[in-house]
Design a binder for this molecule. Structure first.
Ligand SMILES: Nc1nc2c(ncn2[C@@H]2O[C@H](COP(=O)(O)OP(=O)(O)OP(=O)(O)O)[C@@H](O)[C@H]2O)c(=O)[nH]1
Length: 254
């Protein structure tokens, strides 16, 4: 069995098909009554993995084939690196992880899309709504930008700006920072592009774990703060949080 096939059979995989089935895991929040992800009933929900959560969001990983989307997801979910020969994702897959964000249990339903052009219509069908818009308010995008130079990062940002609802949370990641051979995006270029589009940027490595937890946690915090605004809570500033917490590539975990 291929690396990706065996990994998918462990998770909540959905078949790559043009008739799109709904996700198996209940992605709704706090039973039936919710608004923009906010728990209205006050009762936590139970995910398929047996973990309770208060609020749920969808995160899409997009980017060209081979930039490391699956590896980042596996690193975040299981703390492991998928080394070995590269087998492309077919269609789309998702995995869940529940995080504790300031005392609130936030479930991220993370969708790993196929980067290959030939699967684009399948992946689009999953992440665009009936009006062709990308996701909704309870959704965010993580653009993984690996070895394919600036043009690829720019193309994905342009696509998301074209199709996404304006409130979608977007973050740009430059992956494979551990490898001088694979890494082709300079830090300055990533920062410049992110600035141009007004999105946070960080360098990551699925191999050594650099900033992987941070990328998903930052997204979870932003989504949670947007949905659950408590009167006296100071406004969460995603850019400031990332700037404060991000680690440079010289200080990787082993
Ligand atoms: N050195 C290094 N290699 C990585 C890293 N992340 C992924 N890789 C390697 O890059 C290759 C592609 O990784 P995947 O995660 O499968 O790429 P993908 O973006 O999911 O590709 P598609 O499924 O085709 O869209 C694999 O051989 C990985 O081992 C990283 O952070 N550092």
């Amino acid at each position: 069995m291929s690396r990706k096939k065996s990994q998918k059979s462990k998770g909540n995989s959905s078949p790559a098909s043009c008739s799109i089935p709904p996700p198996k895991e209940n992605s709704k929040v706090g039973n039936d009554s919710h608004t923009n992800g906010m728990v209205m009933s006050g009762r936590p929900s139970l995910s398929n993995s047996g973990e309770f959560y208060d609020i749920s969001f969808k995160v899409m990983l997009v980017g060209d084939s081979g930039v490391g989307k699956t590896c980042l997801l596996v690193r975040f979910k299981d703390g492991a690196f998928l080394a070995g020969s590269f087998i492309s994702t077919v269609g789309i897959d998702f995995r869940n992880k529940v995080l504790n964000v300031d005392g609130v249990k936030v479930k991220l339903q993370i969708w790993d899309t196929a980067g290959q052009e030939r699967f684009r219509s399948v992946t689009h069908a999953y992440y665009r709504d009936a009006h062709g818009k990308l996701c909704d308010l309870r959704c965010s995008e993580l653009i993984i930008w690996g070895k394919k130079m600036e043009a690829a990062g720019q193309a994905w940002l342009t696509e998301i700006h074209e199709y996404a609802q304006k409130d979608v949370v977007i973050m740009l990641l430059g992956n494979k920072v551990d490898s001088t051979h694979e890494r082709m995006v300079k830090l300055e270029d990533g920062e410049r592009l992110a600035k141009e589009y007004g999105v946070p940027f960080m360098e990551t490595s699925a191999k050594n774990g650099l900033n992987v937890e941070l990328a998903f946690t930052a997204i979870a915090k932003e989504l949670k703060h947007r949905s659950l605004k408590t009167p006296n809570e100071p406004k969460f500033k995603l850019h400031d949080y990332v700037k404060k917490e991000v680690k440079g590539s010289g200080c990787c975990k082993s």
